[in-house]
Ligand binder design. Sequence first.
Ligand SMILES: NC(=O)c1ccc[n+]([C@@H]2O[C@H](COP(=O)([O-])OP(=O)(O)OC[C@H]3O[C@@H](n4cnc5c(N)ncnc54)[C@H](O)[C@@H]3O)[C@@H](O)[C@H]2O)c1
Length: 258
Amino acid sequence: MSGPFERLSLTGKVVLVTGGTGGIGSATARLCAARGAKVAIADLDEAACESLAADIRVAGGEAIAIRVDVTDEDEVSTMVENAVATFGGLHAAFNNAGINAGNALLDSMALTQWQRSLAVNLTGVFLCMKHEIAHMSAHGGGAIVNTSSAAGAVGMAWSADYVSAKHGVVGATRAAAVEASGKGIRVNAILPGAVETRMFTDALGTNPDLRRMTEAGHPIGRIGEPHEVAETAAFLLSDAASFITGACIMVDGGFTAQ
Ligand SMILES: NC(=O)c1ccc[n+]([C@@H]2O[C@H](COP(=O)([O-])OP(=O)(O)OC[C@H]3O[C@@H](n4cnc5c(N)ncnc54)[C@H](O)[C@@H]3O)[C@@H](O)[C@H]2O)c1
């Protein structure tokens, strides 16, 4: 990448992606690798991580697989150590692992659903940022992007756990950006609307009306594609976003503009 697009290049950077084998994570890992990054793909499913890393290598990129459960601090710490040990540093991280722990009204939601959702969607982001910032602040800075959701900006029924966790990601992102700016670390969040991934199709089930309603709920008139979210994440991870920190960027087809 050269000329006017040079600052979008990730050449020479080591990028860690959690939830790296999912729809948004894998699209971002592939895009970062195509833009020159060495990519550490971290997810629960080790075989899927290995398979994606192999694909990226076949395409000429550099990638490794790391199995991680982002709710486990020891595993998160080891994930960061592995990426650094393999590639010699960590310059950028996309904290993107997330789940839909179920759908229930708040007054009948099981405590276990609430706790599981907060553990993965919010505590997971906290643990990743904690260990990434510790490394980056001692090694010249870096860039972090956290995946929130349109549900991190507005309320939605049947998902108080997810809405709360994703609002929490926005708060944690802003707090971390303020704290880490002096250490040369930028921290931003992206807030996707509905995107064609396993999480989304699982939540929809087979109800065609629900799909049509979701499409109509986005002023752009359709569901987003993973690569459209990846483009924003890769931009924020790159030097092209050098004056952006603490930003929470909607990638939602206008969903929250209404
Ligand atoms: N798809 C959407 O409509 C949508 C909308 C807004 C936000 N998001 C967010 O985007 C992110 C990516 O989701 P996606 O849509 O690509 O779904 P996805 O299900 O395809 O990917 C999620 C990935 O996270 C991984 N994961 C789950 N729990 C984990 C854990 N404890 N440790 C490590 N990895 C774990 C899964 O294995 C999976 O690969 C999530 O944070 C999600 O909340 C998705």
